[in-house]
Write a protein that binds this ligand. Structure first.
Ligand SMILES: Cc1ncc(COP(=O)(O)O)c(C=O)c1O
Ligand SMILES: N[C@H](C=O)CCC(=O)O
Length: 425
């Protein structure tokens, strides 16, 4: 038994499935989850001291690499002053000002403690603001695990085969309309029939929870147009894409202004943080200004604000995103060449520092159905071959991967060499 499998078996007695978030359990790839002990830069080390090049980066937050000295220092300094107070602190305003400065669609922002809280709260606000109940989401998109959004969801729910979870009241699920991602005609048709009853559209502007699927030209524009026409709220869930695909997120990259934006991951620098914000007109409906209630004991935790602010400061360095994109492109070109050389049908998607790998005959993957048609068995074998060689990819064919500023050229070359061996095998 490895130390990881020993730890996993102990955990299974006291934690459901041995994990605190299902996708960690390796159900999507088989085998035993690896238990980590420490991390630095592009690397994570397991409990037995084996080193892995990490392409998960804590599911996105570690855009600077793990334990960046300046971030750790900011955390230490803040922690020494007090972990949390349950009362306002100056750094929360500094964070809000920074978010408003970076994302022009946001006039006001509220901090929460996870992406799930951010999307759940944004949904309630959109419903409270419009006085409507129905929402539109897209199949394979994941917006956290609140009831209204756990319908035909992606990520771990898709990996485990429960995209619409038991426990979600049928009456609530009935108000969630799920459409195919990148299908603009379906959006227009649905709004033509039900537009006046629809509170909001929530979308991952680049889908990252059904692997990585970018928006087709015109898709996000269609969402903006129907929301304008029918008075619905457009919510960009940028929990993953925010500060990942560019400093202005997907909204900056594609030039579309949502009414509300949800954030998480990078904004917390690796600590538990989420946020939602948008136009003053909508945000002023939130308590204590307005009637839509939302709260959180640890919301705006100063230590997490310190980690997030330091991260936002460092990623604003000139050329940061060009370098990150170039590295990611280099990695994907190398993987594609290795797959082609071995005669393995393979395709990739990339948006900035976010990527997707597909075992597919199709070269362009833009639809959920295409993702579902990929060869998952082949992915599982690839995943384990990479893991054995010290490369840690997401343990599911339905998750995006992430490159960090800490990945060196040697890391990318070592990953490509490992993939070449895996494809050959
Ligand atoms: C796009 C998106 N929205 C929401 C969430 C939920 O965030 P959290 O896991 O922090 O609750 C996630 C990740 O899990 C996500 O990728
Ligand atoms: N896809 C999820 C986040 O983006 C994976 C993280 C989790 O649910 O544990």
């Amino acid at each position: 038994m490895t130390l990881s499998s020993e730890l996993y078996s102990q955990a299974q007695h006291v934690i459901p499935g041995g994990v605190n978030s299902p996708v960690r359990a390796f159900k999507g790839v088989g085998g035993t989850p690896v238990y980590f002990d420490r991390a630095q830069g592009a690397y994570v080390w397991d409990s037995e001291g084996k080193r892995y090049i990490d392409y998960i980066g804590s599911w996105g937050p570690m855009i600077l690499g793990h334990t960046h000295p300046a971030v750790i220092d900011a955390v230490k300094q803040s922690a020494e002053k007090g972990l949390s107070f349950g009362a306002p602190t100056e750094i929360e305003t500094v964070m809000a000002q920074k978010v408003c400065e970076l994302l022009p669609s946001i006039d006001m922002v509220r901090m929460v403690s996870s992406g799930t809280e951010a999307t759940m709260s944004a949904l309630r606000l959109a419903r409270g603001y419009t006085g409507r109940d129905k929402i539109v989401k897209f199949e394979g998109c994941y917006h956290g695990h609140s009831d209204s959004l756990l319908v035909k969801a992606g990520s771990g729910a898709l990996t485990l085969g429960v995209p619409s979870s038991p426990g979600v009241p049928a009456a609530l699920a009935a108000d969630t309309i799920t459409l195919a991602y990148n299908d603009s005609d379906a959006v227009r048709q649905t709004f033509a029939e039900l537009g006046e009853q629809i509170a909001c559209i929530i979308v991952e502007p680049v889908a990252g929870n059904m692997n990585c699927v970018p928006p087709e030209p015109g898709f996000l524009e269609t969402l903006r147009a129907v929301c304008d026409q029918y008075g619905s709220v457009l919510i960009f869930d940028e929990v993953m894409t925010g500060f990942r695909v560019g400093l202005q997120g997907a909204q900056g990259r594609y030039g579309i202004k949502p009414d509300l934006t949800t954030l998480g991951k990078i904004i917390g620098g690796g600590l538990p943080v989420g946020a939602f914000g948008g136009s003053r007109k909508i945000m002023e409906h939130l308590a204590p200004l307005g009637p839509v209630y939302q709260a959180g004991t640890l919301s705006g935790c100063p230590v997490a604000m310190a980690a997030g602010l330091k991260t936002l400061e460092l990623i604003a360095a000139p050329g940061f995103y060009d370098d990150l994109s170039a590295k990611t492109a280099k990695l994907l070109q190398g993987l594609q060449a290795a797959a082609d050389h071995a005669g393995i049908p393979f395709a990739t998607n990339q948006v900035g520092g976010m990527f997707g790998l597909f075992f597919s005959e199709e070269k362009s993957i833009s639809r959920f159905a295409q993702v579902m048609a990929c060869d998952v068995e082949r992915f599982k074998r690839f995943f384990h071959a990479m893991l054995d060689q010290g490369v840690y990819l997401a343990p599911s064919a339905f998750e995006a991967g992430f490159v960090s500023a800490a990945h060196s050229d040697e890391d990318l070359q070592a990953t490509i060499a490992a993939a070449a061996a895996a494809f050959k095998a």
